[in-house]
Design a protein around this ligand. Structure first.
Ligand SMILES: O=C(O)c1ccccc1NCC(=O)[C@H](O)[C@H](O)COP(=O)(O)O
Length: 276
């Protein structure tokens, strides 16, 4: 299955990086970033909502549907999506058109992402950033903080319960939000039991690539209203957004539709046109 291949590749990459920069070093750098936000290591309680940070969660907590717009050059299911890829400019256009957060693919092998995309976008854009990668090791969470992310992706099908809780705890201590991604009823239950504050339902089956837009609608009722609910993948039209809004979806994650649009500001404004 492709997801296992992507995860194995992520694991290998982490092991190589640890040879260059050990875990202790990247942890130190990440907590330095946290201290710059005014939170001292000894004061950190490790619960989501403690102290500063969490700008990603705040951005998705606004009334109405919030938009997480994705910067993605390629994907395993679609191949090369954006041969011309001025990533900072794309993120700037999202910001200008009213995005609430930006998702930046950093996975290099299957999505042609790069850490520097996240780092540079962080330097230029004010919106909270999601590091979109395949988290299989805590090392990647510390890296995400150093690169300027406000949030990391934790995919339930790649983690066991102990890992999920531990990684959420690390995010909490670093002031990062975790977007906990589920695709099935069982994974939603796992995310809820772990205490996820933000649950993303991927409409794409990451094993078969099949996209079923109704998956998020079907699973909506399993997530309580106090948890931020995000619909991900296969979102194409203003009518899709309208339907998701009617079903109390708090946020959407949109990639390909925007990435293929020649005028991204116009495309995002159009998607938002039927709501608010
Ligand atoms: O998109 C893929 O082909 C893919 C394959 C395997 C694992 C993850 C994959 N995509 C990540 C995502 O879920 C999307 O980038 C994101 O939800 C945006 O989806 P879309 O709007 O359909 O580009």
């Amino acid at each position: 299955m492709i997801l296992d291949t992507i995860a194995r590749s992520a694991g290998k990459r982490v092991e190589q990086r640890k040879q260059v920069k050990p875990l202790e070093q990247v942890m130190k750098e990440a907590f330095k970033c946290r201290e710059r936000e005014g939170i001292k290591r000894e004061d950190i309680k490790g619960e989501d909502g403690t102290g500063g940070g969490y700008s990603f969660k705040a951005a998705l907590s606004k009334p109405g549907v919030s938009f997480i717009c994705e910067v993605k050059k390629a994907s395993p299911s679609k191949g090369l999506i954006a041969p011309d890829f001025p990533y900072v400019e794309i993120a700037r256009q999202y910001q200008e058109a009213g995005a609430d957060a930006v998702s930046v693919l950093t996975e290099p092998e299957f999505f042609l992402g790069a850490d520097r995309y996240l780092e540079e976008i962080h330097g230029e854009i004010d919106l909270p950033l999601l590091r979109k990668d395949f988290t299989v090791d805590e090392y990647q969470i510390y890296e995400a903080k150093v690169l300027g992310a406000s949030s990391v992706l934790l995919i339930c099908s790649l983690l066991d319960m102990e890992q999920l809780k531990r990684y959420m705890g690390i995010c909490g201590r670093l002031g990062l939000s975790s977007l906990v991604e589920a695709h099935t009823d069982r994974e939603v239950a796992m995310a809820a039991e772990a205490g996820a504050h933000i649950i993303g339902i991927n409409n794409r089956n990451l094993g078969t690539f099949e996209v079923d837009f109704t998956n998020a609608l079907r699973l909506r009722k399993l997530v309580d209203r106090g948890t931020i609910f995000v619909a991900e993948s296969g979102i194409r039209t203003p009518e899709d957004i309208e339907l998701l809004a009617e079903n109390q979806v708090d946020a959407v994650l949109v990639g390909e539709t925007l990435m293929r649009a020649a005028d991204k500001r116009q495309a995002l404004r159009e998607l938002k046109s039927q709501i608010r």
